[in-house]
Design a protein around this ligand. Sequence first.
Ligand code: ATP
Ligand code: MG
Length: 408
Amino acid sequence: MSTFQAPKGTYDLTPPRSATFLAVREAISAPLRDSGYGYIETPGFENVELFARGVGESTDIVTKEMYTLTTKGSDQLALRPEGTASVLRAALEANLHKAGNLPVKLWYSGSYYRYERPQAGRYRHFSQVGAEAIGTEDPVLDAELIILADQAYRSLGLRQFRILLNSLGDKECRPVYREALQTFLRDLDLDEETRRRIEINPLRVLDDKRADVQKQLTDAPKLRDYLCDACKAYHEEVRALITAAGVVFEDDEKLVRGLDYYTRTTFEFVHDGLGSQSAVGGGGRYDGLSEMIGGPELPSVGWALGVDRTVLALEAEGVELDLPATTSVYAVPLGEEARRVLFGVVTELRRAGIAADFAFGGRGLKGAMKSANRSGARYTLVAGERDLAEGVVQLKDMESGEQTAVPL
Ligand code: ATP
Ligand code: MG
């Protein structure tokens, strides 16, 4: 292993590609910030119990993918594998739900950790931007979140993504379906692990990616046929609202998600240019989660979009983000005196809000002009002893190539 190698399943964000990541985070969060969502940041690790209870003991995330550690003080911690449980925990701790202003709308951005088999689009450290709307059951809220995610992807110029939508029912109708599904699944030819899954979390079996399993599931009972009237009406309302907003989606009655806490509205964003890691984001309603982690009843809905896969989706579609050059003015001093004077000018420009950079290291004109070009700056300031003696600097317009002497 080379000394400079990042750990397996991880990679570094370095310029210039890192600028795209920042722009993606910005673009995903912008619609949220404009829609009443406040920023929340929680620790990179939590007590392991929060995820065991919140994400679910039977999920891959908890059974296989979590990075757990025991501290010197014998606390059992886990690097966060997802955001929702932490955000809800933090909102409860801060009593945000008691401030009399429901829903509590929050957005976050950060690093997440899952011990997965690394492959294209699947890493052990990845990055999400997410949103949670806590404490209100209202189909308009579910619709709002789906519409905002759609808006975020569109603002990035993505077109080849699809929205898959389903309802998972609630605590009235889901148990009835669960039992019917279990009865059906127990008769199939499945391996030990999957048989265990039937007993713990049968809906997850529907999500099995293997073709031979999928083939056996063709006649599985459909959740849609078991939804109670309240869930049906709720789901129809969500569908109508996002349709009215012009957001195109596909009903996908097999859509379940890797987390246990979802109820009713469930959705996933997939991108067709990504191969098997096609999910770029997902979310849904999680009306029971607060109680699962020991809080009051707080029906909520949220999503998380993966930044890494969104960047891959941009690359797959060949979308080049229009990232403005970060530097407007690049200063090239020729000689000691010019170094002091031009660095002073750069400092002044920066304080005036103009992005400026400087040719460091006393390089010659040629090398410095190369750097000026590479910086993307619109203007270069060049000054040597003679210019300074005349009280001027040479201002070069990098687009037209025109150079004029301007007073210092
Ligand atoms: P998958 O089915 O691909 O494993 P998931 O259901 O585990 O995805 P979520 O928990 O819903 O994913 O997380 C939301 C988003 O976070 C995903 O759509 C994806 O973009 C991103 N994501 C999840 N796990 C990873 C990972 N290991 N590497 C990179 N991105 C990830
Ligand atoms: Mg996963």
